[in-house]
Ligand binder design. Structure first.
Ligand SMILES: NC(=O)c1ccc[n+]([C@@H]2O[C@H](COP(=O)([O-])OP(=O)(O)OC[C@H]3O[C@@H](n4cnc5c(N)ncnc54)[C@H](OP(=O)(O)O)[C@@H]3O)[C@@H](O)[C@H]2O)c1
Length: 183
């Protein structure tokens, strides 16, 4: 599959590595933007408050299947929207999904060590299902559907619970809280 990854950090860079290993053709896009018109799916993995700026820098995004992996740590969704994912859809008008926002990128290299295939929550449009579930499995996750895109706000809100579990020492590694602008 031709995948464009927007954001070259922990999530974008990490998933790009996993997908390349699975045989996909990945284009990595940074803050200078780029043309995603050849992509079959676009992953957006930039800081939650940088979403609009990142989308502004993309050519060929209209109508694309987009997976929004952002979290909103310390930032509200864009005005008029309940979630970042719904904001993405308002800009692209294509199939949209929320996924990869509830798993720590620091564990991408250890997914194969898990005693069972790790689950990865996703919600979004039915038209995105086949692609979203494929790229989940190719990153070694079992996709778990949480409903239509209207559930994205709830899925974005889950990150506080994920942090609490990790900080309580109950997750797979002890997580040290980073400043919100670094999450
Ligand atoms: N880290 C995790 O475990 C994790 C897990 C799930 C979800 N998330 C969410 O996923 C998103 C990315 O997290 P991350 O840990 O990968 O962050 P990160 O390591 O800081 O990477 C963010 C990337 O986004 C780039 N960027 C910033 N503004 C941009 C713009 N306007 N256009 C294009 N690229 C831009 C940055 O470029 P520069 O390098 O030039 O600054 C950087 O490469 C965040 O919303 C985060 O909350 C993180």
């Amino acid at each position: 599959m031709r995948i464009a990854v927007v954001g070259r950090g922990n999530v974008g860079g990490g998933l790009a590595d996993l997908w390349e290993r699975a045989g996909h053709q990945v284009t990595r896009i940074g803050r200078d933007g780029g043309d995603v018109s050849a992509a079959e799916v676009v992953l957006v993995a930039v800081p939650g408050g940088a979403l609009a700026a990142a989308l502004d820098q993309l050519q060929g995004i209209a109508g694309k299947t987009v997976i929004d992996a952002t979290n909103r740590v310390g930032v509200a969704p864009p005005p008029g929207f309940f979630s970042n994912a719904e904001f993405v859809k308002s800009r692209t008008h294509g199939p949209t999904a929320k996924a990869f926002n509830t798993n720590f990128a620091a564990l991408y290299g250890r997914l194969g060590e898990a005693r069972a295939t790790p689950s990865n929550l996703w919600c979004g449009d039915e038209e995105a299902r086949e692609v979203v579930e494929q790229v989940n499995r190719d990153a070694c996750y079992e996709p778990v559907y949480t409903g239509p895109l209207g559930n994205a706000a709830a899925q974005e809100g889950l990150i506080g619970t994920v942090f609490a579990i990790a900080q309580g020492g109950m997750g797979p590694f002890v997580y040290r809280m980073a400043p919100p602008d670094q999450l």
